[in-house]
Write a protein that binds this ligand. Structure first.
Ligand code: SIN
Length: 274
């Protein structure tokens, strides 16, 4: 082993030490980092110094860059999402529990979020292990969910109806030409690398179960949303400038805590195609 792996909670998350991710990494080190991600679902690095080219190069060691359709605003470097809070912002990116970008047919496998400027206290990110959420369900519930798919779309997070751009520095597509993206996914998915089953519904993107109405779906969805984020399935990460969180988007949810209102918080995110 060339890296150290220190678990952060009983549920998920580990801090990785002994590696400078701004450098070109050898295949063995990349394999160790990838294994740590599979074992812990989200991994963290401290005190890293990453410019955009190095952030891109680190991401490319784990797959292809994903360009988020709702953050394509004609800017250079569209593969980066600048997750920015400015003093006075009321809303932030990722302010409710979610898995990223699940409205597309093949959601990203992961994301690498790098902290540029963070408050002295607050602005933490929480993660929840969706393997544990599935494992903790009764056999009867598992059998029922195993047969269900859920319809995911992005109408709550983009498009002219949301009005989010007026409330936060991070901007998304809200133009009249924007159209929603909608796809159905199995409620219980099998992780392609670990073979483990996990729960795959989130309150930001899911609208209803396929073949059911919203009203019929909502009570069970509400139960699953609350169940999926039980404290014993979570970890909480406190940021410092130079910290990185790299999460496996196939088996986790996360939330950016919206608890600092007069302090800037600037992050830079890449996503890895699914
Ligand atoms: C996100 O949801 O990708 C942003 C998370 C964060 O800013 O902590």
């Amino acid at each position: 082993m060339t890296i150290s792996v220190t678990p952060l909670s009983g549920a998920l998350g580990a801090e990785i030490g002994g590696v400078d991710v701004s450098m070109a990494l050898d295949d063995g080190t990349v394999a160790e980092i990838r294994q740590a991600l599979l074992d812990h679902q989200v991994i963290f690095f401290r005190d890293q110094d990453l410019d955009m080219a190095q952030h891109r190069a680190f991401t490319l060691q784990f797959g292809e860059l994903f360009v988020h359709p709702n953050f394509q605003l004609g800017q250079d470097n569209a593969e980066f999402v600048m997750v920015r809070r400015e003093p006075g912002d009321l809303r932030i990116i990722g302010e409710d529990w979610h898995t990223d970008t699940t409205m597309i047919a093949t959601p990203p496998m992961g994301a690498i979020l790098y902290a540029l400027e963070v408050p002295d206290a607050g602005g933490d990110t929480l993660f929840a292990n969706q393997y544990l959420a599935y494992d903790a369900l009764s056999n009867g519930m598992k059998q029922m969910l195993d047969r269900l798919s859920a319809v995911h779309n992005d109408t709550r997070v983009a498009g002219p109806g949301t009005g989010l751009n007026g409330q936060r520095a991070s901007q998304v597509r809200e133009d009249a030409d924007w159209r929603p993206t909608e796809n159905a996914h199995a409620v219980v998915r099998t992780h392609p690398e670990t073979g483990r089953k996990c729960l795959f519904v989130n309150r930001v993107y899911v609208h209803h179960f396929e073949g059911m109405t919203v009203a019929e779906s909502q009570p069970l969805l509400d139960f699953l949303y609350a169940h999926a984020i039980r404290p014993e399935f979570t970890c909480r990460f406190r940021w410092r400038p130079g910290s990185i969180a790299f999460w496996d988007n196939r088996c986790t949810q996360h939330i950016a805590v919206n608890d600092v209102h007069d302090t800037a918080r600037h992050m830079r995110r890449t996503q890895i195609a699914g």
